[in-house]
Design a protein around this ligand. Structure first.
Ligand SMILES: [Zn+2]
Length: 77
C-alpha cells in the first residue's frame, strides 16, 4: 500500500485505499491526508452529525460539515 506524508500529522502513513468523496476535495484528501487521520475525522463527524442533528440532505448542513472537516484536517478552505 502506498504511503504519503500526511498534511495533518506530518508523518509518513498509509494512504487511503479509495477517494473518500467526489470532486477535487476527495482527490486532495486522498493525496494529503493519511488513513488514520481520516478515520479520526470519520469518528468525529459521526458525533458532530448526531450532536448537531445535521441533515446531510440539506446543502447548508453539508457545507457546514465540510467547513469543519477542512479545519479538522488542516486544509485550506
Ligand atoms: Zn495523518
Amino acid at each position: 500500500m502506498a504511503t504519503i506524508t500526511c498534511d495533518r500529522c506530518s508523518e509518513d502513513k498509509e494512504q487511503l485505499e479509495d477517494v473518500p468523496m467526489g470532486g477535487d476535495l476527495g482527490q486532495k484528501i486522498m493525496e494529503q491526508i493519511c488513513s488514520e487521520c481520516w478515520a479520526e475525522w470519520r469518528a468525529m463527524s459521526g458525533n458532530l452529525i448526531n450532536h448537531n442533528a445535521l441533515n446531510l440532505g440539506m446543502p447548508e448542513h453539508r457545507a457546514e460539515l465540510r467547513r469543519v472537516m477542512k479545519e479538522f484536517l488542516g486544509m485550506e478552505a
